[in-house]
Structure formats: structure tokens, C-alpha cells
Design a protein around this ligand. Structure first.
Ligand code: FAD
Length: 467
């Protein structure tokens, strides 16, 4: 007889595994199914975690090479042991994926290994290692995540023409790396290999990098990354890739058309975005609707058009971010348990872990203008922040957008040291509906980078102290 669960979750990424643990905490019998050999999905295995491990290691390498002398710390010849760096990354990933295994055991979540297909509402077939198993579930949750979007006409081999997965696993530093796509994945991985010695060129179709973020941030980051040696080709499209003895030759064309040129690289990273992974689980047969991009439309309960089938994370609309998937996983199972949990989509931060980092939450200036919202801007540069001075990291600024009249904070955009940590305060402010004055009147410890956030809030009302 088929095992019966209250909830069967397909996908053990941050959306799925967190939903499974929370469901178990709420007293549900939960199964989490994944075809991958380890838990944690894209995020832990081939996404957030290995990329941040390499960013951290490469930053230390770059700092030892160039940044320490300024502090009076003189080191001898700095050399790279890439195998050791990659092994460390692997260890970090293993520790964290094993940590999820431990949490599953602790919470009595059943981890079912194999590829899942929805056989019918309430029934899931799992195939793996030559065996097939069917389970029954009161609720089925699709948390199958996403995969890299391919570029038509360019064949990925994960050796010379790679996705982020291949770029995280290179066993040598390429002399020349071309990155197709100026989004956060391309910029983070481009930074890693640039710091380790590659000559990196980022090719972006649009006229600025990070096109979805506040329009001041992309150009500011571009200037700083250019200073570090990364080259940029904006408003440029890649129309072909030809692997040869001397490397991969990319054919480039101005986005608006015009004369073509070629760019030869040893490795090409295709990082033009990600698309939902929703075509392997039998959705059409089950009658579950998808939009043109493969995303699954859901209502406020994360319910699809078919009763008993739900979806979260990268498989549905919204930013493809691990913490967004987690919030949705929790909200979904709490709603299944009768609670009224909701996700505050306006308060979901996004971070680009380059150096300096970029972090944002809430609306951009363009979005506020499009909505007809009047706002005031408070801006504060890290050059005027004492802690940034002591650290020697003075690039960037904090920008706060507050609605005129109510003073309510509508967006916070930061480029600067540890922006990814600083944004937490701003996310809390948005979640609580805080005003810029609330931030400005909150005592911030001295000397900290956080004081730049307070000063930007003061600047909304034209009363920053240190500029
Ligand atoms: P996923 O994590 O993609 O997990 C889905 C799981 O479902 C996978 O393990 C897959 O094997 C499984 N699955 C799919 N189909 C089936 C099936 N039929 N049967 C069984 N199992 C199946 N986000 C951040 O917030 N911060 C970051 O710093 C960050 N960095 C990133 C860096 C890179 C290089 C990449 C690629 C992504 C990064 N992301 C980051 C994005 C983040 O990884 C995703 O948004 C997040 O993992 C989505 O979570 P999810 O649970 O929806 O799906």
C-alpha cells in the first residue's frame, strides 16, 4: 500500500526543505523528494553557498595580494592553491547539506530520493535507482526551482562554455573569461575569477549592468569593478560562439544592430538568467497551468488551479532568491495549518555579493515614479562614515527613498562595504512600515557602517550631520 503523507514536497531547495521542516513542526507528516544526491537544492549545492565560499576565498587572495600593504601588513609572495580553495568550497557545501539531513532526521521529515512526477492530484510517483514508488499526499507542493536559461545557438559543455555550475567548478584560472550577462550571477562569478587572475569581460545586452536595480547602482558598481580590471561591453549581444584551438570565439553585435566583432576567450560563462524547472513533473497531464515562461500561477494560498497542488520558490513568479523561496515555503504550510501567514513581497531584500556589495529592498526611483508616488531622497556616502575610513572601504553610498508627506520608507539602495548585512535594518523598516525619521531617531552604535544608514535617513530631511 502507498505511504500516505499530509504533505509531499517535490524539491529540497530552500523553498522545499524549509517548508518540510515547518510542516513537521506543525504536526504534519511530511515527505521531501529530490533527485539530487544531497539536500539543499540549487542554493546549497550549486548556487548561493558555493559561490559565496569562492567569493570569500578569492577576496582573501586579492586582499593578501593588494590590500594588506595599506594597513602596514607586508606579506611575501602570495600564491594560489586553487585545488585547496575548491576543496574548501566542497567542504562548506557538504557540511551545510548534511546539516539539512540532520534537520530532517530531527524533525522526522522523510527524504525520498528520486525524480518525482505528479501521477494525479494526491499521488506522486518517485523513480530512482531503477525503482519506482508511489506515495499519497493530502497536499503536493511543487518546489522544483530553476535552471540556467540557455542562449540559443550556444552549446554548453560545462568545460569551455559553462553555466554557473561549471564556473563554480573550474580547476584552473582561465586566462580570458567572457561573461555573457551583467546580472548578479555573472558579476559575482566574474569577480571570483578576476580576483584570481583572469582577464574578465562582461557582455550585457542592455545599456547598464544590474538593469533591475535602482539605476544609480549598476553604473556605480561598473566603475568600481572596472577599476579592479573587469571590462564591460554594454548594449552588445552575442550572436554566436565558435570553439577552436585558441579558445572560444564569440561573435558580438551592437544590440541595435551594426558591425560585428569577435572576442576570443578561454572560458565563456553564460549567465543570462534562470528559468523555472517545471516541465519534468507531469504538470500538463495533471492539468496544472503554467505561464509562457514556465512559471506556475498561484493564488495567495500558493494554490495552483488544481485542488491540492501548490507551488513556491523559483517555480512561481517573483524574484528568484533563496530567502523568498523560504518565506513562501513557510507561509504555504502555515496556511495549510489554518494560519494567515503572508509574504511581504515589498520587503524582500536582494544582494549582489561583489566587492563592494550591492543591496536593495523596496521600490526603485523608477518604480515609485511609475506609480506616481512622490518621494524624498536621502543619500550618504561611505567616504563620510568613520568606520568605512578605519576599514579602508569607503566606496559607495546609502540611498533612502521616503514617501513625501508620510515619510514612510519605500526603498533603500546601498552600494558599499557589507551592504548585504546593512540591508537587514532597511528590510525590517519596510516590514514595520517605518518612516525615515524612525531610522534617523534610532541610536546606532559608533563607529559602525550602520551609521551610514542613519545618516541617509537624516539626509531625507536635509539634516545629515557628517556631510
Ligand atoms: P532550488 O533550490 O532550485 O531547488 C529545487 C530542487 O528541486 C533541486 O534540488 C532539484 O534537484 C529538485 N527537483 C527539480 N525537479 C525535480 C523532480 N522532478 N523530482 C525531484 N526533484 C526535483 N539566491 C539568493 O537568495 N542568494 C544568493 O546569494 C544566491 N546566489 C546564487 C548563485 C548562483 C550561482 C545561483 C545559480 C543561484 C543563486 N541564488 C541565490 C538563487 C537561489 O539558489 C534560488 O533562488 C533558490 O535555490 C530557489 O530555491 P527553490 O527551493 O525554489 O529551488
Amino acid at each position: 500500500m502507498a505511504e500516505r503523507y499530509d504533505v509531499a514536497i517535490i524539491g529540497a531547495g530552500p523553498g522545499g526543505y524549509v517548508a518540510a521542516i515547518r510542516a513537521a513542526q506543525l504536526g504534519m507528516r511530511a515527505a521531501c523528494i529530490d533527485k539530487r544526491a544531497s539536500l539543499g537544492g540549487t542554493c546549497l549545492n550549486i548556487g548561493c553557498i558555493p559561490s559565496k565560499a569562492l567569493l570569500q576565498s578569492s577576496e582573501k587572495f586579492a586582499e593578501a595580494k593588494k590590500g594588506l600593504a595599506e594597513h602596514g601588513v607586508i606579506v611575501g609572495d602570495v600564491t594560489l592553491d586553487l585545488a585547496a580553495m575548491q576543496a574548501r568550497k566542497g567542504k562548506v557545501v557538504e557540511t551545510l547539506t548534511k546539516g539539512v539531513e540532520f534537520l530532517f532526521r530531527k524533525n522526522k521529515v522523510d527524504w525520498l530520493k528520486g525524480s518525482a512526477r505528479i501521477a494525479a492530484p494526491g499521488r506522486v510517483t518517485i523513480t530512482g535507482d531503477g525503482n519506482a514508488q508511489e506515495i499519497e499526499a493530502g497536499a503536493i507542493v511543487i518546489a522544483t526551482g530553476s535552471e540556467p536559461t540557455p542562449l540559443p545557438g550556444i552549446a554548453i559543455d560545462e568545460q569551455r562554455i559553462v553555466t554557473s555550475t561549471g564556473a563554480l567548478a573550474l580547476d584552473h584560472v582561465p586566462e580570458r573569461l567572457a561573461v555573457i550577462g551583467g546580472g548578479y550571477i555573472g558579476l559575482e562569478l566574474g569577480s571570483v575569477w578576476s580576483r584570481l587572475g583572469a582577464q574578465v569581460t562582461v557582455i550585457e545586452f542592455l545599456d547598464r549592468i544590474l538593469p533591475n536595480m535602482d539605476r544609480e547602482l549598476g553604473p556605480a558598481l561598473q566603475r568600481l569593478l572596472s577599476r579592479g580590471g573587469i571590462k564591460f561591453k554594454l548594449s552588445t549581444k552575442v550572436v554566436g560562439a565558435q570553439p577552436g584551438n585558441d579558445g572560444v570565439s564569440l561573435t558580438l553585435e551592437p544590440a541595435k544592430g551594426g558591425e560585428r566583432e569577435s572576442l576570443v576567450s578561454d572560458v565563456v560563462l553564460v549567465a543570462i538568467g534562470r528559468r523555472p524547472l517545471t516541465d519534468e513533473i507531469g504538470l500538463d497531464e495533471a492539468g496544472v497551468k503554467r505561464d509562457g515562461g514556465g512559471r506556475i500561477p498561484v493564488d495567495e494560498n500558493f494554490a495552483t488551479n488544481i485542488a491540492g497542488i501548490y507551488a513556491i520558490g523559483d517555480a512561481i513568479a517573483g524574484p528568484m532568491l533563496a530567502h523568498k523561496a523560504e518565506e513562501e515555503g513557510i507561509a504555504l504550510v502555515e496556511r495549510l495549518a489554518g494560519q494567515k501567514t503572508a509574504v511581504e513581497y515589498d520587503a524582500i531584500p536582494s544582494v549582489v555579493y561583489t566587492w563592494p556589495e550591492i543591496a536593495a529592498v523596496g521600490k526603485t526611483e523608477d518604480e515609485l515614479r511609475a506609480e506616481g508616488v512622490e518621494y524624498r531622497v536621502g543619500k550618504f556616502p561611505f567616504t563620510a562614515n568613520p568606520r568605512a575610513r578605519t576599514n579602508g572601504d569607503t566606496d559607495g553610498f546609502v540611498k533612502i527613498l521616503a514617501e513625501t508627506g508620510t515619510d514612510r520608507v519605500r526603498g533603500v539602495h546601498i552600494i558599499g562595504p557589507d551592504a548585504g548585512t546593512l540591508i537587514a535594518e532597511a528590510a525590517l523598516a519596510l516590514e514595520f512600515g517605518a518612516s525615515a525619521e524612525d531610522i534617523a531617531r534610532t541610536c546606532h552604535a559608533h563607529p559602525t557602517l550602520e551609521e551610514a544608514v542613519k545618516e541617509a535617513a537624516l539626509a531625507v530631511d536635509g539634516r545629515a550631520i557628517h556631510i
